[in-house]
Design a protein around this ligand. Structure first.
Ligand SMILES: *[C@@H]1O[C@H](CO)[C@@H](O)[C@H](O)[C@H]1NC(C)=O
Ligand SMILES: [Zn+2]
Length: 309
């Protein structure tokens, strides 16, 4: 699942404090936070995510924690990192903790603190692209496992972690390829935990559900004619008709949401994201439009669908 906006994200450290308060010193907290910052500082933003840096980072952490690891490359330059914490009963199906390593692009100048700086302000909030979506989750898995291992905990079932690329652009070469692989079959996964909603306090919201993106391109074409003439069937007119029906549907979904009849995750979001116009000419009206829509139906709660082209 992807996040919803271009605006600066921050993550409250509440989650970390929850992890930390019970057993460890302030020094350990500082180390955990600085590890998180390091992960955030790795530039895995589209369109040129540096997956080799994130892979090196994750593998070195896995090694220090004592997890088995493997890097699968279903598409060149797009590593899927799999970590394994063997369970006591290997015949049982396993648990998979998934997170994606890529983040959506950001515009430096619109940020109070640069998105790759992982700056911590006086409240303890960290500013960075990916602090919520979803490098925080990936590292929380690892920090939690590290602590559990240190305390002598042994899982009954094998626990896998997957760090996948390209989630923000559909995940075809990442989670998609993994799910269709022999490797995944062998992992014998019974349940997967993935990303969810950020929480500004110590409460976690647990939910299940899945949104399916559908990328729709409407190409409007029409008859060309001289600008001095009134004529039927222009490209613009045709596009307008499609758009009007999209907007009507969108408004009906939005009404359900606003009236409280449905939760955010229960409606279908339709968001026109990109419009490309053809040849502007004062006389010859030859116009071609591409129009990108994304429809995100979902079963239950997860509510955001992020689009970029
Ligand atoms: C990733 O970053 C490293 C270190 O800055 C650099 O050497 C490498 O070329 C980068 N890889 C890509 C694909 O940008
Ligand atoms: Zn995400």
């Amino acid at each position: 699942m992807a996040s919803s906006s271009y605006s600066p994200h921050f993550l409250s450290l509440g989650i970390f404090f929850l992890l930390i308060t019970t057993t460890s010193s302030e020094e350990e907290s500082a180390t955990i936070i600085s590890r998180f910052q390091q992960y955030l500082q790795i530039d895995t933003a589209h369109p040129n995510p540096n997956y080799s840096l994130s892979t090196t980072f994750i593998l070195s952490l896995a090694e220090s924690i004592g997890l088995q690891y493997e890097t699968l490359e279903f598409a060149k330059g797009k590593p899927v990192v799999i970590l394994k914490w063997p369970g006591e009963k290997t015949q049982l199906s396993s648990i998979l903790l998934n997170s994606h390593t890529d983040v959506v692009p950001s515009e430096n100048h619109k940020w109070v603190h640069p998105p790759l700086s992982a700056h911590i302000d006086f409240n303890g909030d960290i500013y960075a692209r990916g602090s919520q979506d979803m490098k925080c989750v990936g590292l929380q898995y690892l920090e939690a496992i590290k602590r559990l291992k240190r305390n002598g905990f042994k899982p009954v079932r094998t626990v896998y972690l997957s760090f996948v690329p390209d989630e923000e652009i559909g995940g075809v070469d990442g989670a998609g390829a993994l799910a269709n692989s022999k490797n995944f079959e062998k992992m014998n996964v019974a349940v997967v935990l993935d990303e969810g909603l950020a929480s500004p306090n110590e409460n976690y919201r647990v939910f299940y559900g899945e949104r399916s993106p559908w990328w729709l391109v409407i190409k409007a074409v029409g008859s060309p004619a001289h600008g001095s003439k009134l004529y039927e069937n222009s490209a613009m007119e045709n596009l307008q008709k499609s758009l009007e029906s999209v907007w009507r549907f969108r408004a009906s979904q939005f009404d359900l949401l606003k009236s409280g009849l449905k939760e955010e995750g229960e409606v279908i979001s339709v968001n026109p994201v990109f419009l490309k116009a053809g040849i502007p000419s004062p006389t010859v009206q030859m116009i071609l439009f591409s129009f990108y829509l994304s429809l995100c139906p979902s079963t239950t709660y997860p509510s955001f669908c992020y689009q970029w082209n």
